[in-house]
Ligand binder design. Structure first.
Ligand code: PNS
Length: 183
């Protein structure tokens, strides 16, 4: 549990912080948030301003896409942060860090991150939720790759994200051309 900051006015109930790059947000992320809302009173989606990761979308673009999706969900707050996650968490009243796990391949990275965060703030725990079977193969990285190459990502990311990806990659709206091997 994180220590409450002095002078914190209102009790917002149990708050979880869901940090990530969200470059862009996918239905895998959204599934985690929706399931977390069954456990927590509020979820703060905290978008990392990690320029060294050379994101496709600027932090403002990412904020806009996430805010648009959750505009009718008052239990979700969307914010961005710079620097250490533990420092950002300390400024909120979140009691736990929330992360999704898709497969064992995620485990090592997540284990190191959770352990580092706990070493930086011994009061802060990370809670992992397994991604639903429908989205275990979905990652922002593969979404970008598929979209860049003109593949369909509908149903894996919100419609607004599909449109933003098409704009980013300047994809022409062309009819599919059949390859004929006898040409
Ligand atoms: O979606 P991602 O890219 O896997 O999210 C990673 C993120 C943003 C949660 C992580 O890189 C992070 O917390 N960055 C902030 C800097 C920090 O606190 N680093 C120390 C933790 S190892």
């Amino acid at each position: 549990m994180t220590k409450r900051k002095e002078g914190e006015e209102k009790d917002m109930g149990k708050v979880a912080i869901y940090p990530g790059s969200f470059d862009p947000i996918t239905y895998g992320h959204i599934d985690i948030v929706e399931r977390a809302l069954e456990i927590f009173d509020k979820v703060i989606i905290a978008i990392a301003e990690n320029e060294e990761k050379r994101p496709l979308f600027s932090v403002d673009e990412r904020l806009q896409m996430v805010k648009a999706f959750f505009k009718d969900t008052p239990k979700v707050l969307v914010d961005s942060f710079k620097g250490l996650l533990v420092d950002y968490v300390a400024k909120t009243n979140a009691v736990v860090i929330l992360r999704g796990l898709r497969a064992t391949s995620d485990f090592e990275y997540e284990f190191h991150m959770a352990s580092m965060n706990r070493s930086l703030n011994t009061h802060l725990d990370t809670l992992f939720m397994m991604t639903s079977k429908d989205y275990f193969f979905v990652s922002s990285r593969t979404i970008k790759e598929v979209a860049r190459l003109g593949g369909a990502v509908e149903g894996l990311v919100p419609d607004l994200v599909v449109r933003r990806l098409k704009e980013k990659f300047k994809l022409p709206v062309t009819k599919k051309k059949q390859i004929r091997w006898d040409d």
